[in-house]
Design a binder for this molecule. Structure first.
Ligand SMILES: Nc1ncnc2c1ncn2[C@@H]1O[C@H](COP(=O)(O)OP(=O)(O)O)[C@@H](O)[C@H]1O
Ligand SMILES: [Mg+2]
Length: 147
C-alpha cells in the first residue's frame, strides 16, 4: 500500500477495510493510531464487516478487547486508550486473544506498540478537510502481499 492515503468519506473507509480484510492473516496486527475522532473504530468496523461480521461492533473502550469468531480469521478488536501502563496489556490476556487471530488495536502505543512485529500494518489517521488521511506502514510480512 502506498502512502499517504486519501480517505475523503465513509465509503473510502469501507474500501480500505475490505482491502485489509482480504490480505490480513492470523498473527497480524492492524495498529490504528491517531487522535480521538479520526476514524479508528470506523476502520475497525469496516474490516470486521468485510470479514463477514454482520452484527454490532461496540467500541471496546470499556471492555478493552472484543473477540469475533466464526469469520474467515478470528479478530480481536482492542482499544488500549485506558491502559496506564503497557504491562497491563499482558494482564488482559492479550496473548491468548491473539492466538490464531488478527489483532485490531486502537491506541497501540499505549500497549507498548506493535510496529516491530513483521505482521504489523500501521495506519496513522488524521483529519484532512472533511475526511481523513492515513499514513500506512507495512511490516516485512506484508510486503509480499497484493497491494
Ligand atoms: N474518512 C472519513 N470521512 C469523514 N468522516 C469520517 C471518516 N472516518 C470516520 N469518520 C467519522 O468520524 C467520527 C469518529 O470516528 P471514530 O471511528 O469513532 O473515531 P476514533 O475511533 O478514532 O475515535 C465518526 O462520526 C465517523 O463517522
Ligand atoms: Mg475508537
Amino acid at each position: 500500500m502506498s502512502e499517504p492515503l486519501d480517505l475523503p468519506d465513509l465509503a473510502a473507509m469501507d474500501a480500505l477495510g475490505k482491502r485489509i480484510a482480504e490480505r490480513m492473516r492470523a498473527g497480524d496486527v492492524i495498529a490504528l493510531s491517531g487522535p480521538l475522532g479520526t476514524g479508528k473504530t470506523t476502520l475497525a468496523r469496516a474490516i470486521l464487516r468485510a470479514s463477514g461480521h454482520a452484527g454490532e461492533v461496540p467500541s471496546p473502550s470499556y471492555t478493552l478487547v472484543e473477540l469475533y469468531e466464526g469469520l474467515r480469521v478470528p479478530i480481536a478488536h482492542a482499544d488500549f486508550y485506558r491502559l496506564d501502563d503497557p504491562a497491563e496489556a499482558e494482564e488482559l490476556g492479550l496473548d491468548d486473544y491473539r492466538e490464531g487471530a488478527v489483532l485490531i488495536a486502537e491506541w497501540p502505543e499505549r500497549a507498548g506498540g506493535f510496529a516491530h512485529e513483521p505482521g504489523c500494518l500501521s495506519i496513522a489517521l488524521s483529519k484532512y478537510e472533511d475526511g481523513r488521511k492515513a499514513i500506512v506502514e507495512c511490516g516485512a510480512d506484508w510486503l509480499g502481499r497484493a497491494p
